[in-house]
Write a protein of this length. Structure first.
Length: 115
């Protein structure tokens, strides 16, 4: 590879040949890579991990969509964010309901013990 560029929680990164070894968390976004003998390629990726060791780079993500149309790939990323945000809100609301129910039952049990 001539170059690999992506997004981490700390910001964007770009790996060139002989880059120092590293491990980076991959956040949902666009990943680009340039093969030695070809045109740059684009992939919309979900969260995951990138590991660079020596001349090898491994990337493991939950989901990936390759393509050449950057606008379409950006839409994939944005749709993912919208879905993820909705799921996160639903999960947090469910956790809050469980927590409130637990506290309510605990208080009811405490009152029963006192009487």
């Amino acid at each position: 590879m001539k170059k690999i560029c992506g997004e981490a929680p700390e910001g964007a990164y770009c790996l060139l040949p002989r880059h120092v070894d590293l491990v980076a968390v991959q956040v949902p976004g666009l990943l680009s890579y340039a093969p030695r003998d070809g045109a740059p390629q684009w992939v919309a990726v979900d969260e995951g991990v990138l590991v660079k060791r020596g001349d090898e780079v491994w990337i493991s993500v939950r989901d990936a969509t390759p393509g050449t149309d950057l606008e379409a790939l950006q839409e994939v990323v944005e749709e993912h964010f919208a879905k993820l945000n909705r799921r996160e809100r639903e999960a947090r609301a469910a956790a809050a309901r469980l927590e409130a129910d637990f506290v309510r039952r605990f208080l009811e049990m405490s009152e029963d013990v006192r009487t």
